[in-house]
Design a protein around this ligand. Sequence first.
Ligand code: DGL
Length: 268
Amino acid sequence: MDSRPIGVFDSGIGGLTVVKEIMEQLPNESIVYFGDTARVPYGSKSKETITKFSFQCINFLLEKKVKAIVVACNTASAASLDAIMQSYDIPIVGVVEPGAIAACQVTKSNKIGIIGTESTVSSGAYEKEINVINNDVKMVLKACPLFVPIAEEGWQDTEIAKLTARKYLEELKDKNIDALVMACTHYPLLENTIGEIMGANIKLVNPAYETAKVLTTVLHDLKIQSKSNKNSNYEFYVSDNPVKFKKVGENFLKRPIAYVQKIEIEKY
Ligand code: DGL
C-alpha cells in the first residue's frame, strides 16, 4: 500500500479528461495535477521545446512526492516519452501506447483513423506504436486543431462543433477505417459529435480511458496502489490563470474544483 499521490501533467486543461478517468477507475488514489496553462498549446511546438517543458512538469511533480507520473498530454507523450523514460526512475505512463493497444484490439479491417494535434500527427508516434503491435495495420491521420478551443469554450455539443467535425472528418469516412483514436486530451469531450459524424460502425477509442486502465495495472503490478479512499485528495496547479482553469476545468472534469494554485514552472 502506498498512499502517495499520482502526478498528472498536461499542456493545460485538457489533461483533466485523463484525471476524470483516473478518479472514476481509481477512486482510492490521490492526484496532483499540473496544467501548463502559460505555455499551452504544445500541439504547435517543436519536439525539443515540448521535451524541455515535459521535464519541467515532471520536476515539479516530483517535488510533490508523487509515486507515479501520467503524461496526460498526447502531444507531450508523442514527442517526449522516450526521453522522459530514459531520464527518470519512477513509473511513467503516457497516453499513446494505451490508445494504440486499444485501437488494435477493436479494429477488424486493420485500418485505423487517428486524430490529434499537428504535432501528434506529424510525430509518427501512433504509427510506430501501432505497427509494433500489428504491422498489417494501415492508418489515416488528421489534425483537428479547432476541436481544442471548441472544447475549452464548452461548445462540444453545438452546431459549430458539428460543422467543424464534418469539415475535418468527412474525408475519413470513405477510407474504410473501423476505429478512430481521439488522440488529443480535448477530443473525448466531443465524443458525441464525432460519433454522430463518423457513424455507429466506426468505434471511437479514448486514450484517456485506456490510460487509466493501464495505470491501474501498473500500480497493481508494482504493489503501490492506495488501499483506502478515506484520504484521497486532489490538488491542481497551473502556470497561469487559475481562475479560468477552475471555470473551464469543471466542464472537463464534470465535478467542482475546490482550489487551483499558480506556480512558476520556469524554475524547474
Ligand atoms: N493536450 C494537448 C494534446 O493532448 C492538446 C492541447 C495542446 O496543443 O497543447 O495533444
